[in-house]
Design a protein around this ligand. Structure first.
Ligand code: BTN
Length: 243
């Protein structure tokens, strides 16, 4: 199988590009750019994408069985990123449910999964990954949460090495996910989970649920040990509970 890499100096968004061309693509085709004029983050936020500073990477994937299989996909992708960074010697890489990647407690990378039309023949998915490599000071000031970049690491991969390694790892992991589902990733995820065993708040709409965080189950839901026993949750935002 031969995959294509669409490389741009400038583009609106690498995710948007692959979404627009979904019908002509094969699973594993990627798009990479030096600059995104309209980089997208989760929850409709903008993803700061200064020229040349970071990795802006997207991969197209076709799931033949449609939506059910794509549950948990962002967790798989976060696991892939952790494995890639570990190969380059990065320690202290952690994941925060459902799809943030942290270095020493500060956000290093983000994952945005977007889906184009579902049909009987399955669904096309775009997996977008932004990794901070060398944050320019002016850009860092615009980000409303603690961030980190790969410059903090002793061993810093160059962007081409990182792109290739990520491509390979995603191919392996997505095939594994297709054949074995999320259960194949549960222990990898839980080993990197930054909230393991901690007291957390889960904000679900207006409601706040308090409990001890116990990682994910095989569906990708979060397990909390609450006053009423261990419960599974599939949505919401988790924050550490201040002592
Ligand atoms: C997040 O909010 O944490 C997700 C950020 C995802 C950013 C990446 S950069 C490459 C791809 N193209 C986009 O427009 N967004 C994703």
């Amino acid at each position: 199988c031969h995959n294509r890499c669409f490389y741009f100096d400038e583009i609106d968004s690498t995710n948007a590009f692959l979404l627009q061309h979904g019908e002509e693509l094969q699973s594993g085709d990627i798009c990479v750019a030096e600059y995104q004029a309209a980089g997208r983050g989760r929850r409709g936020r903008k993803w700061q994408s200064p020229y040349g500073s970071h990795l802006y990477f997207s991969m197209h994937w076709h799931f033949t069985q449609g939506m059910a299989q794509t549950m948990g996909l962002s967790l798989v992708v976060a696991c892939s990123l952790v494995s890639v960074l570990a190969k380059f010697g990065a320690e202290n890489i952690g994941v925060k449910w459902p799809n943030d990647i942290y270095l020493d407690g500060r956000k290093l990378a983000g994952v945005l999964i977007e889906m184009s039309g579902t049909a009987d023949s399955g669904c096309n998915v775009v997996i977008g990954i932004g990794v901070n490599i060398a944050m320019p000071a002016a850009q860092g000031e615009l980000i409303d949460q603690p961030w980190s970049d790969l410059q903090q690491l002793n061993v810093m991969p160059n962007k081409t090495e990182l792109t290739l390694a990520l491509y390979q790892q995603l191919l392996d992991d997505l095939r594994l996910f297709e054949t074995q589902g999320l259960s194949a990733f549960q222990s990898r995820w839980n080993a990197a989970d930054i909230y393991q065993g901690q007291q957390v708040n889960l904000q679900l709409g207006e409601q706040i649920i308090v409990g001890e965080y116990q990682g994910i189950d095989e569906q990708g839901g979060v397990l909390l040990a609450t006053a009423d026993g261990v419960k599974q949750f599939v949505g919401g935002e988790i924050t550490l509970r201040k002592a």
